[in-house]
Design a protein around this ligand. Structure first.
Ligand code: HEM
Ligand SMILES: *[C@@H]1O[C@H](CO)[C@@H](O)[C@H](O)[C@H]1NC(C)=O
Ligand SMILES: *[C@@H]1O[C@H](CO)[C@@H](O)[C@H](O)[C@H]1NC(C)=O
Ligand SMILES: *[C@@H]1O[C@H](CO)[C@@H](O)[C@H](O)[C@H]1NC(C)=O
Ligand SMILES: *[C@@H]1O[C@H](CO)[C@@H](O)[C@H](O)[C@H]1NC(C)=O
Ligand SMILES: *[C@@H]1O[C@H](CO)[C@@H](O)[C@H](O)[C@H]1NC(C)=O
Ligand SMILES: *[C@@H]1O[C@H](CO)[C@@H](O)[C@H](O)[C@H]1NC(C)=O
Ligand SMILES: *[C@@H]1O[C@H](CO)[C@@H](O)[C@H](O)[C@H]1NC(C)=O
Length: 328
């Protein structure tokens, strides 16, 4: 993957969501006076990080998601400490990219000190990561402030798990104001990045017990290869791409894969194949699978929606100096 992957599929989505955004007081020009070069600074940092490690684009997108679902988009995920979200089950040894966020933050502080929130940096970095991977772009809304507390139990309960049903996952999206269209479009982020054995190994073998294996829905050509990667009692941290057809490219392969039984996570595959009353998600998977423009447009709109989850604005919260700790 190179930065030259800006391509004909990349386009700008006009903000058709202004009505929704207005209620949360975020604006596209929030820092135009206080930090005019912000977007250029962040873009350069993200480009450097992705050049060093292609996967970082995926990891940065995921940070914004895991931040926004817990206490809103307030950078609570970035706080170190004993009650940190970082060590909650969905994040521990899994969420990554914190050092890159630190580097972006210090570059931003070097140009405009004490002005730009860590929560906004996550939103911009996610947008840039999608674009640099060949996906769509959008005008990112800004003006979030940083929270004062992390919420480990919130991270454990609010974030969706790959072992959950589509119905349960949809309820978790609805709890933060998102709907089933957002579930499917945003799951399309799994067109890039990696997953570790611990998150899908349950599908590979017939364990007696709770989680029935789901190999019915998994391409038989992938099963043996994944069994070799993830043997029973093996190293749960070994990884495989979420999209085997184009690992680093933000495209519609994720959805084509689901139609072909090539989804890695059970929760991915269930959007297309299951007996749980998934006609809506199945139709959306089919629509996105061969309509890049529709997928990109819906994805961008859903990212803007997700970025609007309960932001702190006005004098709420603070602008952290260091994304890892609240100001003393
Ligand atoms: C719909 C419910 C979702 C579930 C159950 C889910 C679950 C997961 C799991 C289990 C992984 C692998 C983590 C690991 O093994 O360390 C993962 C990776 C990832 N997820 Fe999701 N996810 C969901 C939605 C989303 C959304 C909404 C986004 C962003 C918009 C997203 C972006 C990513 C990315 C980019 C990766 C790869 C990260 C990397 O390589 O570092 N996911 N997800
Ligand atoms: C997080 O992972 C580490 C191993 O890296 C482990 O020692 C620790 O117990 C885990 N924390 C939680 C809360 O599961
Ligand atoms: C943590 O998150 C849960 C679930 O959203 C919420 O009910 C609780 O109030 C939050 N706690 C704090 C301290 O923010
Ligand atoms: C779905 O949520 C219900 C209620 O919280 C829970 O009892 C059930 O175990 C969940 N199902 C799955 C597969 O996670
Ligand atoms: C989800 O919300 C978007 C607007 O945010 C809307 O366009 C879409 O139709 C909704 N989807 C469903 C299934 O209600
Ligand atoms: C699990 O068991 C079912 C039924 O016996 C079988 O059809 C399927 O191939 C098995 N899956 C794996 C991965 O061995
Ligand atoms: C994905 O890769 C598999 C295996 O190489 C191939 O059979 C399949 O046609 C590819 N799918 C797409 C949509 O390119
Ligand atoms: C898109 O895919 C769906 C389902 O896979 C199929 O029914 C439809 O005909 C395809 N449309 C085009 C334009 O290829």
């Amino acid at each position: 993957m190179k930065a030259s992957n800006y391509n004909c599929f990349s386009f700008f989505v006009t903000i058709s969501m202004l009505a929704l955004a207005a209620s949360s007081q975020l604006t596209t020009n929030f820092y135009s006076k206080s930090c005019p070069n912000l977007l250029t600074i962040v873009r350069k940092q993200v480009m450097n990080a992705v050049k060093t490690e292609t996967r970082m684009a995926a990891s940065l997108i995921r940070l914004h998601f895991h931040d926004c679902f817990v206490n809103g988009c307030d950078a609570s995920l970035l706080l170190d400490g004993s009650d940190s979200e970082k060590t909650a089950l969905p994040n521990n040894n899994s969420a990554r990219g914190y050092e890159v966020v630190d580097a972006i933050k210090s570059a931003v502080e070097g140009s405009c000190s004490g002005v730009v929130s860590c929560a906004d940096i996550l939103a911009i970095a996610a947008r840039d990561s999608v674009l640099l991977s060949g996906g769509p772009s959008w005008k990112v809304l800004l003006g979030r402030r940083d929270g004062l507390v992390a919420n480990q139990s919130g991270a454990n309960t609010m974030l969706p798990a790959p072992f959950e049903t589509v119905g349960n996952i949809t309820l978790k999206f609805q709890a933060v104001g998102l709907n089933v269209t957002d579930v499917v479009s945003l799951s399309g982020a799994h067109t890039i990045g990696l997953a570790s054995c611990g998150t899908f190994g349950n599908r590979l073998f017939n364990f007696s017990g709770t989680n029935a294996p789901d190999s019915t829905f998994l391409d038989p050509n992938m099963v043996s290869s994944l069994q070799n990667l993830c043997p029973v009692n093996g190293d749960a941290s070994r990884t495989t791409p979420l999209d085997w057809n184009s690992t680093d490219l933000f495209d519609t392969h994720y959805f084509q894969n689901l139609i072909n039984g090539r989804g890695i996570l059970e929760s991915d595959q269930f959007l297309y194949s299951s007996d749980q009353g998934i006609s809506t998600t199945r139709s959306l998977v089919e629509l996105y699978s061969n309509n890049t423009q529709l997928f990109f447009n819906d994805f961008a709109n859903s990212m803007i929606k997700m970025g609007n989850i309960q932001p702190l604005t006005g004098s709420a919260g603070q602008i952290r100096k260091n994304c890892r700790v609240v100001n003393s």
